[in-house]
Design a protein around this ligand. Structure first.
Ligand SMILES: CC(C)(COP(=O)(O)OP(=O)(O)OC[C@H]1O[C@@H](n2cnc3c(N)ncnc32)[C@H](O)[C@@H]1OP(=O)(O)O)[C@@H](O)C(=O)NCCC(=O)NCCS
Length: 166
């Protein structure tokens, strides 16, 4: 199997990334958006994260983007500054090949390098694939906040999973 490589995101990656995100917006509860994102919206989201010093990374196999991940502030008040919320997405037909693992390990490494204290994943509770994935890295479920989302005509619950970094 081709090697999985990690590199920082570049603006020319947005077209591929937004297609992956839009697939999950339309077909899953992994994102709580209803409406597909445009190239410009996603570019602005990433530029905002980068301008605050947060990483956006992509995983490639033979230079083809197969996944990506990022983190940024968990909440906006100053005292939250050592806490981040992250996301990881892998191309739908490339799950189970170790791509998510390389992205997650990279994000954890970057967060430690930035001297952050804890990482939070906010996962839709129907997405038990992501819950099992996070458990592999030591994330623990710390809360399930009921009926915080409404999509596909049903209430959704937000499962908060936390990893302490130090
Ligand atoms: C969740 C997701 C990122 C996992 O990525 P992936 O590339 O399929 O995961 P990997 O192949 O790297 O697996 C890493 C580890 O997690 C485990 N894992 C991954 N998916 C799993 C599942 N559904 N059930 C149990 N374990 C799972 C693997 O067994 C592996 O463990 P190992 O290292 O002991 O073998 C991917 O499925 C995805 O993109 N899902 C849709 C988007 C999404 O839900 N993102 C998360 C939003 S919070």
């Amino acid at each position: 199997m081709a090697k999985i490589e990690i590199r920082p995101y570049k603006p020319e990656d947005v077209e591929t990334i937004v297609a992956i995100l839009n697939y999950y917006i339309v077909n899953s509860t992994a994102l709580y958006d209803y409406t597909q994102r445009t190239f410009e919206q996603q570019l602005a989201i990433f530029e905002d994260k980068l301008s605050k010093g947060f990483p956006v990374i992509v995983a490639t196999m033979e230079e083809r983007i197969v996944g990506f991940g990022y983190y940024s502030e968990f909440r906006f008040r100053e005292a939250y500054k050592y806490t981040v919320e992250h996301s990881v997405y892998v191309l739908p037909n490339e799950h189970g090949k170790g791509i998510g693992k390389v992205i997650m390990e990279s994000l954890i490494g970057l967060a430690k390098k930035q001297k952050l204290h804890t990482m939070i994943a906010v996962i839709d509770s129907e997405n038990q694939d992501s819950v099992a994935f996070h458990e592999k890295f030591g994330f623990k479920t710390v809360a399930v906040i009921k009926e915080t989302g409404f999509k596909f005509d049903r209430w959704l619950h937000s499962q908060f999973m936390q990893l302490m970094l130090e």
